[in-house]
Design a binder for this molecule. Structure first.
Ligand code: KDG
Length: 358
């Protein structure tokens, strides 16, 4: 069913503008916050192309449109951002390379394939490190995380902000994946699971006895349709909005990794913007990230229910099964802890604990 999302964006001192967007498969979403900053000075016109992997109904796309709307309104149309969904312009890895060469202005990849630029980002790939969304958001907004964004300087990429991809859940086309706790972990033996292009993810699925196959997101649907891979893992919202449920009958609520997105700009594009425009882009990126996180939370459980309604068989794990799963992936910490840095992991864990005690 197609819903029409209508939102009213108000610019201080300017006329109220109503934006209508057609999109399928969405819950009752919060309206985007009013755009209330001042119009910035005239520093010329720019049209920016932004490529993303996810579909038009995803929180990533909707919040990117909000980002575009902020820039449009606060420059009186002098900065235009055109958002291209569904990996039309390339996958995460290719688009980051395009940012480096200046052939693309903006992209919004997961942090996982970006570990080739900033090693420390791999801390987010450790299983079960971020047990709640509150903890994950606190980490993404911490000085530690800001340090990771700053570490992109001189790579050719300006990293603007973190936001939420979300808790990853397992889906497959072969059988329900559930394991009695005495066996330990998840019984994924023999399943070919597509992973993001990230070595920690490979290690997780190898440790569990699956056959992990790294692959670009844009190739995933047809790989599942053609049986090249049996399964994949992504947030419920992606499994819904990218129509993976059409080729995946089984889902398991594993929540094994929380993945952030990183909104990025080509350093060439960034350097070509006047300082006042740069400041505005940075502010709009943070505002749209807050909105993206909110939308993502609104999508999460709702998407799982939608998937069940559409015929997917989804099992949730008992506390004992989760504990067994966590124990089974301990070797991933043994292998990657020293490489990622035990101090960094401890810093992240301290932020998590602080949020849990609040
Ligand atoms: O725009 C982001 C997507 O390209 C991708 O990062 C989604 O989580 C994802 C995946 O599995 O590749």
């Amino acid at each position: 069913m197609t819903a029409i999302w209508r939102c009213t964006l108000t610019l201080a001192g300017a006329a109220t503008l109503t934006l209508g967007m057609a999109h399928a498969q969405s819950p009752d979403l919060s309206d985007p916050p009013a755009i209330d900053g001042e119009v910035v000075g005239d520093h010329g016109s720019h049209t920016l192309r932004m490529g993303i992997g996810l579909a038009e109904s995803s929180p990533q796309y909707l919040s990117s449109q909000y980002f575009a709307e902020i820039l449009d309104q606060r420059t009186e149309g002098r900065i235009t951002v055109n958002v291209f969904p569904n990996s039309q312009l390339g996958d995460d890895v290719q688009m980051m390379e395009m940012l480096q060469t200046g052939t693309l202005d903006m992209s919004y990849p997961s942090s996982s394939p970006a570990t080739t630029y900033v090693d420390e980002l791999a801390v987010f790939d450790l299983p079960f490190l971020l047990p709640t969304r509150e903890a994950a958001v606190a980490v993404m907004q911490s000085d530690v995380a800001q340090g990771m964004l700053d570490a992109f300087d001189d790579t050719g990429i300006k990293a603007l902000t973190f936001s939420e991809n979300g808790y990853r859940q397992l889906s497959n086309s072969v059988r329900p994946v559930e394991t009695p706790e005495d066996v330990g972990g998840l019984d994924v033996s023999g399943l070919t699971i597509r992973t993001m292009e990230n070595p920690v993810h490979l290690s997780i699925w190898e440790t569990l006895g699956a056959n992990p196959t790294p692959m670009a997101f844009g190739e995933l649907f047809s790989a599942m349709e053609q049986g090249v891979v049996d399964g994949q893992e992504n947030p419920w919202s992606t499994i819904l909005t990218s129509n993976f449920y059409e080729v995946q009958d089984y889902g398991s609520e594993t929540r094994h990794v929380y993945t952030p997105f990183i909104m990025m700009m080509s350093e060439r594009t960034w350097d070509g913007l006047a300082p006042e425009y740069q400041e505005l882009v940075q502010e709009a990126a943070r505002q749209s990230a807050d909105y993206e996180i909110q939308l993502s939370a609104e999508y999460d459980d709702w998407s799982r229910e939608q998937l069940v309604d559409r015929g997917m068989q989804i099992n949730r794990l008992s506390d004992d099964q989760v504990a067994a799963f966590q124990e089974a992936v301990q070797p991933v910490y043994d292998e990657w802890g020293p490489r990622i840095g035990e101090d960094l992991i401890a810093e992240v864990q301290a932020i998590v604990e602080e949020t849990m005690n609040e």
